[in-house]
Ligand binder design. Structure first.
Ligand SMILES: *[C@@H]1O[C@H](CO)[C@@H](O)[C@H](O)[C@H]1NC(C)=O
Ligand SMILES: *[C@@H]1O[C@H](CO)[C@@H](O)[C@H](O)[C@H]1NC(C)=O
Ligand SMILES: *[C@@H]1O[C@H](CO)[C@@H](O)[C@H](O)[C@H]1NC(C)=O
Ligand SMILES: *[C@@H]1O[C@H](CO)[C@@H](O)[C@H](O)[C@H]1NC(C)=O
Ligand SMILES: *[C@@H]1O[C@H](CO)[C@@H](O)[C@H](O)[C@H]1NC(C)=O
Ligand SMILES: *[C@@H]1O[C@H](CO)[C@@H](O)[C@H](O)[C@H]1NC(C)=O
Ligand SMILES: *[C@@H]1O[C@H](CO)[C@@H](O)[C@H](O)[C@H]1NC(C)=O
Ligand SMILES: *[C@@H]1O[C@H](CO)[C@@H](O)[C@H](O)[C@H]1NC(C)=O
Ligand SMILES: *[C@@H]1O[C@H](CO)[C@@H](O)[C@H](O)[C@H]1NC(C)=O
Ligand SMILES: *[C@@H]1O[C@H](CO)[C@@H](O)[C@H](O)[C@H]1NC(C)=O
Ligand SMILES: *[C@@H]1O[C@H](CO)[C@@H](O)[C@H](O)[C@H]1NC(C)=O
Ligand SMILES: *[C@@H]1O[C@H](CO)[C@@H](O)[C@H](O)[C@H]1NC(C)=O
Length: 769
């Protein structure tokens, strides 16, 4: 092993020696007022620079002048917050300009580092329109920056105190900080650039720096191991290379978020592994992603398997790396070799289920990849998994799923549904404090993910080579050869018996009065109720409005009160899309379930066809949650247009819903002898088809936002239709709105999010026009 490694080293040295013009540079500029985003990648470094200047109508308590540099390597970065020196807030603007230094960015490299890694980073020229003061610098981890921007302005003394403010290059200033690992250093230099009068004053004590107006050359860099980016050619499959020319912006972003070891969730706030994000993205992008050794699909599956908790089979939600990992280890009194170790967390309950679903999609198409992938040794990233193979980790995950879903198969009670983990207030994708309205039994996990994962385990067991092929009479958990039938049997019970727990029926007049009540109470919407749609889109023949709770109460505090424990959280939502995307009726479905299913599909289509607040549709997109039908003051107060999982729009949820509806329609067209009720019932089929087209019209209308993480809207009844406003709705960045009550900071959206690039694969099918 050791001798062999000399060869690649030598090769690396040779290519390095002649690399200067082979080191391709990729840059991208994305404007997202008040944020300007600049991406830079070459063979040395990958970086994103975000320059923020308040707009004339910005809320100045939220948006201030700021420069952020973020690096995927170690989820690292730096932030510099500025204030106008003389003028009032709102008057200082910062710009990154083209110059002889870069257009606008260039690589920064310096081999004189004290550890094994050269200093790498980016440089360019910043322009201040007025004199400015750098009031708060943060150097190290993106997580530390997020604690400041998203938490209540949290700063850790042990991190801030290590920042040195020194004079640099005679006329300039330098901020530098040694990380808690005692070896990595982040630097940020600013020097007047072609700026005769430009002057800098340092206050090392207060860690502030003052600048005259004008141009400044900045350099931002650190000495840390870098990741290997996948080029657009590497990320996309053989038959999807055309997308590089057709969708250059999206494929450049996809490449920026794709590395040989893992795909990253979003830029700039989530430049790291997130299990759920990467697997949902892979499921939706699968038709266009590369496959095989070194591919994007295997980067995703491999990253997930590498990080599985070997003890209980849980899939990792998030990893903490770099300086923030050392910081957290220090808080936990972890010293010695483990002091800088990465941290892997497992707070979620949904993430486990995506793994077999994704493995099933991939291995069914590429069975020849089972052996090479699953025989890989784990432990290179998550050292706790040393001496395990990916096959061992896949098995422990499947065992967990079988184990956790078994009680409900035996007895379909509320307590046997899947609950959030004890002590956690979140557990699936709506992972903000009020994402599920305090419910603890989420819809997506129970009604869609668990049955779909069980079907996947069943397929994988039948495929061979994934799980061991041994029979045990003592336990279903080790009777692997029995999983093919067991998984199916479990899946059918979950499919048929979980959904009814979540179904809620309202009369049309109840629904209308609740919506009117919402408009009375709402602090952000005073437009029309659109409640005439309740009579257009109701279940026939009884005119009821069905909705499916976003979650059930499930609280331990009411454990002995079955009714209270089963109470539905009556939020209208888009998680129904998981069901449409992952499940279908089969020819073994019971007649009763076929009816339940048809009602569900119909109700989901109606929720898309009805306009907000009676349904989910706004001119800015489908909102992911709507409290208007809840009749609950508390839910209405919390599910607002500024809540992270409130009446806001998430791009990937639009893609999931669109593809889910498409799968339902395609299922009916797949074969002429389909007798599934939703295919035979012309009304339901046509409603589904209408919802598909209304949704796609809406998606096309919102093309400008589709690649960002999440966005919101403002309503102004006098707004009407003009350049930026439609029917009174104006699309607005979420970070521009003040936070909802009880939430400390407003949430800034990422300009690019991995799962918001899924429209590369999810496209409108004109066959259903
Ligand atoms: C640089 O880009 C050119 C043109 O796209 C490509 O042919 C070449 O392989 C790239 N080089 C590297 C090292 O990626
Ligand atoms: C200006 O903004 C800064 C940073 O947001 C804030 O601390 C300060 O209080 C503001 N000043 C005024 C006068 O509003
Ligand atoms: C800066 O340079 C880049 C690359 O040449 C170019 O695309 C961009 O338009 C320039 N920006 C300005 C403001 O001139
Ligand atoms: C530092 O000063 C030298 C000499 O004046 C100049 O050439 C160089 O560009 C300066 N460095 C920076 C980062 O401005
Ligand atoms: C910061 O200054 C202290 C005290 O002079 C010094 O020991 C330390 O090495 C400096 N850190 C960096 C990153 O330069
Ligand atoms: C870094 O150095 C400090 C002071 O010597 C020491 O207390 C700390 O344990 C070191 N941290 C690591 C991660 O080695
Ligand atoms: C892995 O799972 C075991 C059993 O649930 C738990 O005790 C352990 O803390 C988990 N490991 C990590 C790193 O969370
Ligand atoms: C770490 O050690 C300190 C001092 O001994 C102690 O107060 C603290 O509770 C410990 N923290 C943890 C998480 O064990
Ligand atoms: C892996 O095996 C080696 C050799 O038996 C042992 O020293 C090491 O502790 C094991 N690692 C883990 C994480 O169990
Ligand atoms: C199955 O789940 C039970 C209850 O959660 C747990 O105690 C047991 O250890 C699990 N068994 C396996 C093999 O995971
Ligand atoms: C199912 O659970 C309920 C409630 O805990 C209990 O009353 C009932 O006896 C159980 N049924 C079976 C078949 O175990
Ligand atoms: C499991 O082993 C049996 C007996 O050797 C064989 O018939 C069957 O095909 C195997 N199943 C799979 C999925 O490999």
């Amino acid at each position: 092993m050791y001798k062999l490694s000399l060869l690649p080293l030598l090769w690396a040295w040779l290519t390095y020696a002649q690399s200067s013009d082979e080191c391709n540079v990729t840059t991208q500029y994305l404007s997202d007022p008040p944020y300007d985003n600049y991406f830079y990648s070459d063979c040395h470094v990958d970086a994103q620079v975000v320059v923020t200047s308040p707009l004339p109508d910005s809320n100045l308590s939220i948006i201030g002048p700021r420069v952020i540099v973020a690096w995927p390597a170690g989820n690292s970065g730096l932030a510099a917050f500025f204030q106008p020196q003389d003028g009032p807030n709102g008057t200082l603007r910062i710009e990154l300009v083209n110059s002889t230094v870069g257009n606008p960015l260039a690589v920064y490299r310096d081999g004189n580092s004290d550890n094994n890694y050269p200093y790498v980073g980016v440089q360019g020229v910043l322009l201040f329109n007025a004199s400015a003061t750098l009031t708060v610098p943060i150097l190290g981890s993106v997580r530390t920056i997020r604690d400041f921007t998203e938490g209540p302005s949290l700063l850790q003394q042990v991190i801030q105190d290590a920042i040195n403010v020194t004079q640099y290059n005679e006329t300039g200033a330098s901020l530098s900080r040694l990380w808690l690992d005692n070896t990595t250093i982040t630097n940020f230099n600013m020097v007047p650039f072609e700026n005769e009068n430009g002057a800098i004053q340092l206050d090392p004590e207060g860690r502030t720096i003052s600048f005259d107006s004008g141009y400044y050359h900045f350099q931002a860099y650190f000495n840390y191991p870098q990741l290997q980016q996948l080029t657009p050619q590497d990320v996309l499959g053989e038959y999807s290379q055309d997308l590089i020319d057709q969708q250059p912006s999206q494929t450049t972003s996809l490449s920026f978020l794709s590395y040989s070891e893992k795909l990253l969730a979003g830029a700039w706030r989530f430049l790291t592994y997130f299990g759920r994000d990467s697997m949902i993205s892979a499921l939706l992008l699968e038709p266009v992603l590369s496959t095989g050794n070194g591919s994007a699909m295997e980067a995703v599956i491999g990253a997930v398997l590498e990080r599985v908790n070997r003890t209980d089979g849980s899939v990792c939600h998030e990893e903490t790396l770099g300086d923030y990992a050392t910081y957290l280890n220090m808080q936990n009194n972890i010293t010695g070799e483990d002091a800088t170790a990465a941290i892997f967390t497992y707070p979620m309950i949904d993430t486990d289920f995506y793994l077999p679903i994704l493995m099933d999609v991939y291995f069914t198409k590429y069975p020849e990849r089972i052996e090479p992938m699953l025989s890989r040794e784990a432990g290179s990233i998550d050292t706790a998994n040393e001496n395990m193979t990916y096959a061992d980790l896949a098995l422990s995950n499947a065992q967990k799923i079988v184990n956790h879903t078994a009680p409900f198969v035996d007895n379909q009670t509320i307590e046997n549904l899947l609950h959030l983990k004890e002590g956690e207030v979140v557990g699936q994708w709506r992972d903000s404090t009020y994402g599920l309205g305090n419910g603890r039994i989420p819809f997506d996990v129970n009604c869609a993910l668990a049955p779909a994962a069980l079907r996947a385990v069943s397929h994988l067991a039948a495929l061979g080579g994934v799980y061991p092929n041994t029979t045990s009479r003592t336990s279903v958990l080790t009777n692997y050869s029995g999983w093919s039938s067991l998984g199916l049997e479990f899946a059918v019970t979950w499919e048929e018996k979980a959904l009814p727990f979540f179904e809620l029926n309202l009369t049309g007049s109840d629904a209308s009065s609740r919506v009117n009540n919402f408009i009375q109470m709402s602090t952000f919407y005073d437009g029309p109720s659109n409640n005439e749609s309740f009579s257009t889109y109701a279940n026939s023949p009884d005119d009821t409005i069905s909705l499916y709770a976003i979650a059930l109460n499930g609280s331990e505090s009411v454990a002995n009160d079955t009714e209270a424990r089963s109470a539905p959280i009556p939020i209208l939502h888009t998680d129904t899309g998981f069901h449409l995307f992952l499940l279908n009726l089969t020819n073994t479905s019971s007649a009763e379930y076929a009816e339940t299913y048809t009602r569900f599909l119909n109700s989901t289509a109606h929720s898309i066809l009805r306009e907000f607040p009676s349904g989910l549709l706004t001119p800015s997109g489908l909102v992911v949650a709507n409290p208007a039908l809840s009749g609950s003051e508390v839910l209405i107060a919390n599910f607002t247009n500024s809540a992270y999982h409130g009446t806001v729009i998430w791009s990937w949820q639009l893609a999931l819903m669109a593809e889910g509806l498409h799968r339902q329609l395609a299922f009916c067209n797949a074969s002429l002898d389909i007798t599934a009720p939703h295919c035979v019932d012309e009304y339901v089929y046509n409603t589904t088809r209408a919802a598909y087209n209304v949704l796609w019209d809406n998606i096309e209308q919102n093309e400008a936002q589709l690649q960002s993480e999440v966005w919101s809207w403002r309503y102004d009844s006098s707004g009407g239709n003009n350049g930026t406003s439609r029917d009174g709705f104006t699309t607005t960045p979420l970070g521009e709105l003040p936070p909802p009550p009880g939430v400390s900071g407003s949430t800034e959206s990422n300009v690019r999010q991995l799962w918001s690039l899924t429209f590369l694969a999810v496209t409108r099918d004109e066959d259903y026009a």
